[in-house]
Design a protein around this ligand. Structure first.
Ligand SMILES: [Zn+2]
Length: 258
């Protein structure tokens, strides 16, 4: 029996249990037909299956949810597996042919591909991005992004460029997007984010100097918000929210100790 992570584009097939929880299908055979790709996904000692459908199948046994909601409705393990499955499907579809000579590549291991012409093995690549709480005493910097279509305030984030360290990237992104300098950067944690194949690396940083001047192409609006008067912020599932919650918790402790 396998756990099946079945996707249609960025939607995941889930089943509702009698108790009202959600799970993924666990069967010997693929629970749907019309797949464009099936991959083995190694998870610890076991193998799960990732399936990408050509079209949304007519399903009678379950329902489709946006893949990012996996963290809301599935157990932490299944959500993590679903993210991994989605990343592997994306990697598979983006590397059908060798980028050097155009020859069709074959799977060498479950997580690597091989070009028979170049005789080169390549592994799946992730795009690292940094994200940070920027704080100034009781306040935190939050922005509304022009590129993320969500009606909430988010943290400053950006992709690491070639030749950059994570910390250099953070300094650059903050400077470019807000005009500010930051200091005392602390590592917080990281999160796999399969939209499409990223790892988000979270930091807490302090304001150092400068006046807010938002980058027009990226940021719609934003400003400093007190920890006890925050606007609409992301769901609990994202590292963005975990960072904000951790910082709010720190400020509340400081407030209580005074
Ligand atoms: Zn090649």
């Amino acid at each position: 029996m396998y756990y099946w992570y079945v996707f249609n584009n960025r939607e995941l097939l889930v089943l509702k249990t009698a108790g009202g929880d959600y799970e993924v299908p666990c069967t010997e055979e693929c629970p749907v037909s019309g797949e464009s790709a099936v991959l083995d996904v190694p998870v610890g000692d076991m193998i799960c299956k990732a399936v990408m459908l050509k079209d949304k199948a007519d399903i009678t046994c379950g329902e489709w949810i946006p893949a990012r909601r996996s963290l809301d409705v599935l157990s932490a393990n299944h959500a993590s597996n679903a993210f991994k499955a989605l990343e592997m499907l994306d990697w598979n579809s983006q590397t059908l042919y060798c980028g050097h000579c155009g020859t069709r590549q074959v799977l060498k291991t479950k997580i690597s591909k091989y070009c028979p012409q170049c005789e080169v093995e390549t592994w799946a690549k992730l795009s690292p991005a940094v994200i940070a709480v920027i704080c100034r005493e009781d306040e935190i910097l939050l922005v509304k992004s022009k590129t993320v279509r969500r009606d909430c305030y988010v943290l400053i984030s950006g992709f690491v460029e070639l030749g950059e360290s994570l910390e250099e990237c953070l300094h650059r992104e903050v400077k470019e997007e807000t005009g500010l300098k930051i200091k005392n950067i602390r590592y917080f944690g990281s999160q796999a984010w399969p939209f499409p194949r990223n790892v988000m690396v979270g930091y807490i940083a302090e304001y150092d100097s400068g006046e807010l001047c938002f980058q027009e192409e990226e940021i719609e609006s934003g400003g400093w918000f007190r920890y006890d008067a925050l606007p609409q912020i992301p769901d609990r599932i994202s590292i963005s929210r975990q960072l904000i919650d951790a910082w709010v918790c720190e400020r509340e402790k400081i407030a209580r100790s005074h």
